[in-house]
Every structure is written in C-alpha cells, then in structure tokens.
Ligand binder design. Structure first.
Ligand SMILES: Cc1ncc(COP(=O)(O)O)c(C=O)c1O
Length: 375
C-alpha cells in the first residue's frame, strides 16, 4: 500500500533534531526556520522536554479521562496565569482543528444558534466545522458546506455588525495573527471593537491562537498585543512542541455539562508532561522575550530592502512578502543553504522557527538570503 498524497514532499528524511537544527539521513544539517510548521516552540529534543516525557512514560503513559489527573490541573493553572484569563477553564484535546470544533460547539450550545462569522484568508483546520470556516473553497466538501458561515473582509467592523444584527450568529472566529494567509495581524482596534459588538448581539468571540499562541508573536498569545478579552481561546501547535495536544480556554459564562465535550486521548499523561515541560522551558529560558528580541532583530535587518514588498508579523512569526514570485527561493534556501523556511501564497516567505533561535542563527539566515540571486 502507498500513502495517500496530502502534501508535496521534499526529498529530505529528517532523523535527528537538536535546538534549532535538524539532520537528515545523509548527515546534512539544516537550520530550522519553519519549526515543523510553527510547532517546535522550545527547540528539537530539548533535554528537559525529553526527560519529562521519558520519566512520565516510565511511570504511566495513559489512562482514561474518567480519573483524576493533577497534571491537567497544573496546566490549567499555568495557562490561566499566562493568558491573564484566570477565571477561565481548560478543555484539553489533540489538535488545532479539534480545539476549534469544540469551541464552535460550545458557542452553538451556549447561544442556541448555528451561524458563524469568519474572515477572508483565515485558516482554522481541516475537520468538518473547521474547514467550513476556513476561507478556501477548494478544501470544503459538500458535507462540510452544510454549516452556515459568512466569510467577511478582515478589519471591516461595519461588515461584522451588518452580519450580527439579525441576532442569529453563534460565533465570530478570528486568528490572533493569520498564519497560513502569510502572517497578517488584525488591527488592534478591529479586535477590540469585535468584543463589545459580539456582546451586543449575543455572539461568542473565539480567538484562534493555534499558530500565533505559545509565545510565538512575542506575547504568550497573539491577542495579548491588544486589550481584547475573548470568550474562547483555541491553541495547539507550539503547546506540545511536537507532541499532539490542543486546548480551549473557556470563559465562565459557558456552563459545563457532562458529556458535552469529551475525548479519549486529550490531556493524557504524555500530552500533559510535554505541555508542562514546554511551559517550564519557556519560563526558564525566557523564550517569549527571546522571540521578541530575535524577531525584532530580523525585522530591523530586512526592513527597507528593495525586493521586499511588505514585512509582516511580530516575534518569531514573520511574513516576508516579495514583489516577485518566490517559487524557487524556498528550495534554494533549503538545498543550497540548508535552511528550512515556510511559504504563503506565491510571494511570501514565512518564518516560524523555534523560539530559542539566536541572533547568530538569524544573522546566518540573513547572510544566506543575501547570497541568493533575486532575493
Ligand atoms: C490558525 C490555525 N488554526 C487551526 C489549525 C489547524 O490545526 P491542526 O492542523 O492541529 O488541526 C491551524 C494549522 O495550521 C492553524 O494555523
């Protein structure tokens, strides 16, 4: 049996990772500015992370969610502090799409409504509800399209009000910083205006921090660059540094009822060990601060370059949009300079490295980029 084709694959087989580097099976070392798609937050195979998971699996790897798990409570406590949402509760699941599905379900149950407002170029995942609110008709099957969704222009508060006016919208969902779109930050004034508007018309405000969360933007969550207070926050990617784990932070206005949300694997011992290790490392190594410092450095060195049309993002979530198509740039960076980067659309390079990227590593990238023709 062959594999079902889902992505175009690079002819590279990683066999080892350490910090901001990965090695392939031929021994070639790559600088990882892609972070396995914004997932590697504290670096590959961080010793504390490895130890925490290893020690945990030696004790007990899994039991069902019908018993006490103090690690889940510790995680909830820490995430409350880091988000400034201490009065919220935590639901643990396994991925970003699943976190969004559960957030939509909570919003729909709470409001008794089924309509959702999402935004152009947004991405929220590939499961049924999540894909329906994603602005990419190519991946929405007829089954997914059964959901009632309005996709509106980003930053157009009048368009949102127009949509909410009928008092039939369950949720407005927005990425803290749009990732797949090529790193587009909603205006702070727009995010802040969404909150009272949602309250006025009885809709729930969901912040999708799956990509922009966990320190990547130079704040713990992207929305913390503003004064918005969401009703639900979804997260995944950097949360487990590669171990599959996601979560929803839930405002006290949602009433819990047994069986409404649930999962077999979500919040298992290994996921909790991974997530707690990530938070411990982020705190000990001041990685949110480092993301800001190294991100600012990268932006300051890239600004003003004639070939660059627009520089976007903050912290270590950076979009570099070129005037020209960059079809070859990613391949050249990878195969000539041994640097992994991401792309968005046809003209944008996306940088999503581990949060412990150093200034020297950032400078190596800048120097290598300068050596590639057309860049
Ligand atoms: C903002 C955002 N939301 C949700 C998802 C879906 O996450 P997952 O692939 O873990 O289901 C992604 C994945 O790229 C994302 O970037």
């Amino acid at each position: 049996m062959e594999l079902f084709d889902v992505y175009p694959l690079f002819d590279i087989t990683p066999v080892k990772g350490e910090g901001c580097y990965i090695w392939d099976d031929k021994g070639t070392k790559y600088l990882d500015l892609y972070g396995g798609h914004a997932v590697i937050s504290v670096g590959h195979s961080h010793p504390h992370y490895v130890e925490r998971i290893t020690e945990q699996v030696k004790k007990i790897g899994f039991y069902s969610n019908s018993v006490q798990n103090p690690m889940q409570k510790e995680l909830a406590h820490k995430l409350g502090q880091l988000s400034g949402l201490e009065d919220f509760t935590l639901f643990l699941c396994n991925s970003g799409a699943e976190a969004n599905e559960n957030a939509l379900k909570l919003a729909s149950f709470h409001t008794g409504r089924s309509k959702v407002v999402a935004f152009q170029k947004g991405f929220h995942g590939r499961t049924s509800g999540a894909v329906a609110i994603t602005d990419n008709p190519k991946i929405i099957a007829p089954f997914n399209a059964k959901h009632e969704v309005s996709i509106l222009p980003l930053n157009d508060i009048d368009a949102v009000e127009q949509e909410l006016k009928n008092n039939d919208v369950a949720a407005v969902i927005i990425e803290g910083i749009q990732g797949i779109a090529g790193i587009i930050t909603p205006d702070a004034s727009f995010l802040e205006a969404l909150e009272p508007l949602c309250k006025k018309y009885g809709a729930v405000l969901i912040l999708d921090e799956v990509q922009s969360g966990y320190g990547r933007s130079g704040k713990f969550f992207g929305f913390q660059h503003t004064n918005v207070k969401p009703d639900l926050v979804t997260m995944a990617k950097g949360m487990g540094n590669g171990f599959p784990v996601g979560g929803v932070l839930i405002s006290p206005m949602f009433e819990a009822s047994y069986g409404l949300l649930g999962t077999t694997f979500g919040g298992n011992y290994l996921a909790c060990a991974a997530s707690l290790a990530v938070l411990e490392i982020i705190e000990q190594e001041k990685l949110v601060e480092n993301a800001k410092k190294v991100g600012d450095h990268l932006l300051s060195k890239l600004v003003g370059k004639a070939e660059i049309k627009e520089l976007r993002g903050s912290g270590l979530m950076i979009g570099v949009e070129y005037h020209e198509k960059i079809a070859d740039l990613r391949r050249k960076l990878l195969f000539e300079k041994c640097i992994f980067t991401g792309v968005a659309g046809t003209n944008t390079v996306r940088l999503l490295p581990p949060l412990n990227l150093t200034i020297d590593q950032a400078d190596f990238f800048l120097k290598s980029l300068g050596e590639i023709p057309n860049s």
